[in-house]
Ligand binder design. Structure first.
Ligand code: FMN
Ligand code: SF4
Length: 519
């Protein structure tokens, strides 16, 4: 009887040798005459264990990791095909505490299914959301998304149902659904994991959006640095077309939804929705003035829903299980769950999907296990390169949009980058300004000029060149950028700079530390 072994084909696992492991498994099985079926999956998101391979046993799926190709003969010798003990044994995968203690509403199929198999998707609850949505009135679908409390997972946390309602109500014969798969934030990878591990879920979410707002065309704007996600999405879209889940008559409903993939050239600003639309239309990615909102005048001047990958991927379960089911997770106005990404100097980096309300401390220590270097955590940056740097004193903040905003931070796309006590926070502040200078689209002065001046001022401040004055100038400049920038790139860059100044003044100069002590 053939034994099924699951080997990830996701980019992190591949970069750590998953392809060689799959080859070694096939070769060793052939040499021994063992019947083996290798199924390539996405990643469960437990990166420190990758490549994590799983064997289907009578007692469920049993894991081994991190596996190297050279470990494979030893695994066979230990009887891993029947769950035998080995130094790399992890036991039943779903019992690994990191995974067991998660609430995977959106990412539940990651690492479980073959992402390229529509049948596997269907066997694991796939397309139940669309099947529930098709007989509903479009208004009822939008209402369900509104009632679920889902807010955009791309960064701005705007209520998804309200955005859909605006597009639904907008006049226009052609409307569009655009998926923002640019995922430019530092330390983030949940979009990529979803696309590489469960691409039909994104397609299903976008199709539901199309049916709800009356849009017959959709585009996925994918960053070009994600070749594996590209391959996966392309294959999944082709399968969905072949089986009638996309096209002129979705599942015989009489509703059309055509979906295409577009590759971005890799500019951070092309993740901002209006720049993205410019780029999608074939122009240089540059911010458009708002209003008009993309919901009213978006792609090619038509009403357009622009949502993040995780926002769309959260929709099928809402339609399948009901708005209340989803809404019952979370706290305050942050409903449902957030796929959080642990990155940087962290012992157990990866994906943790939890309902809103989990604290930073739980994530950093219970899941992440502290730093990889073994040194104390000194700072974390949550929400990408425009997020504030927070010290230990803020680690009890619950993951909640409002709690983060009240503390001067933002949750963004849920990326957490960890730094130990060797970090130089003045260098991090300089990096924030430099990043803004490099990625600025150039449309407005506070960002285009301000970020370059910001780098220079920080350099002078750190060099001790009239430090007190540079400190004043830097805060003044941040104030101008905050209040005068056209979009959030220039407008939020002061967050990492000011938080570094406020919480870690000693890294800049003695004068700054003195001023901070007197504040
Ligand atoms: C500089 C900048 C970069 C952004 N990058 C991304 C990105 O990579 N992915 C994303 O989904 N949203 C990004 N956003 C947010 C989008 O503008 C927009 O709010 C989002 O795509 C809307 O989808 P949502 O409501 O589902 O979050 C960015 C915003 C700014 C200002
Ligand atoms: S803030 Fe920067 S990125 Fe945004 S419009 Fe102005 S110049 Fe462009």
């Amino acid at each position: 009887m053939s034994v099924t072994v699951y080997v990830p084909r996701e980019a992190t696992a591949l970069s750590l040798g998953a392809q060689a492991v799959a080859r070694a498994l096939a070769d060793e099985a052939a040499r021994r005459g063992d019947a083996l079926q290798i199924v390539r999956t996405g990643s469960r998101g437990l990166f420190w264990l990758e490549p994590l391979i799983e064997v289907q046993t009578r007692a469920g799926r049993v894991g081994y990791g991190p596996v190297r190709a050279s470990d494979v003969p030893g695994l066979f010798a230990a009887g891993f095909l029947t769950g035998g003990q080995h130094a790399l044994s992890l036991g039943p995968v779903e019992s690994i505490a990191y995974l067991k203690n998660q609430e995977r509403l959106t990412c539940g199929r990651l690492g479980v299914i073959d992402p390229l198999s529509l049948d596997d998707y269907l066997a694991h609850g796939g397309y139940q959301g669309l099947k529930a949505a098709l007989p509903m009135q479009p208004g009822a679908i939008v209402q369900a998304v509104t009632d679920s409390g889902l807010r955009g997972r791309g960064g701005a946390a705007f209520p998804t149902g309200i955005k859909w309602k605006t597009v639904q109500d907008a006049p226009g014969t052609q409307k569009y659904i655009v998926c923002n798969a640019d995922e430019g934030d530092s330390g983030t990878f949940s979009d990529r994991l979803l696309m590489e591990g469960d691409p039909f879920c994104l397609i299903e979410g976008m199709t539901i959006a199309g049916v709800a707002v009356g849009a017959t065309r959709g585009y996925i704007y994918l960053r070009c640095e994600y070749p594996h996600a590209h391959d996966c999405m392309r294959a999944a879209i082709a399968s969905a077309y072949a089986r009638g889940y996309l096209g002129a008559d979705v599942l015989g409903s009489g509703r059309a939804f055509e979906l295409q993939l577009r590759l971005g050239a890799g500019a951070y600003i092309c993740g901002e929705e209006t720049s993205l639309l410019e780029s999608l239309e074939g122009r240089r990615g540059q911010i458009r003035f708002k209003p008009p909102l993309p919901a009213l005048k978006g792609l090619f001047g038509c009403p357009t829903v622009v949502n993040n990958v995780i926002s769309f991927a959260s929709v099928p379960i809402i339609l399948q299980r009901g708005a209340k089911y989803y809404r019952d997770y979370g706290m305050g106005r942050s409903r449902g769950s957030l796929p959080i990404q642990l990155a940087g100097n962290i012992a157990r980096g990866g994906l943790v999907e939890r309902a809103f309300g989990v604290t930073l401390r739980e994530l950093l220590y219970d899941y992440g296990g502290g730093t990889r270097s073994g040194r104390p955590i000194r700072a974390v940056q949550v929400g990408g390169p425009l997020g504030a740097y927070w010290p230990q004193s803020k680690f009890d903040t619950p993951l909640d949009y409002e709690a983060f905003a009240a503390g001067g931070g933002m949750l963004g796309h849920g990326g957490i980058v960890v730094f130990d006590d060797t970090v130089d926070m003045a260098a991090q502040a300089r990096y924030a300004m430099e990043f803004c200078a490099i990625e600025s689209c150039g449309k407005c002065t506070p960002c285009r000029i301000g970020s370059t001046r910001g780098v220079e001022v920080i350099d002078r401040l750190v060099a001790g060149d009239r430090a007190a004055m540079q400190h004043t100038v830097l805060r003044d400049l941040c104030d101008t950028m905050l209040n005068g920038s056209l979009c959030a790139l220039g407008g939020l860059t002061p967050y990492p700079v000011l938080s570094a100044l406020d919480y870690f003044p000693e890294d800049f100069s003695k004068q700054v530390a003195l001023v901070a002590a007197q504040r």
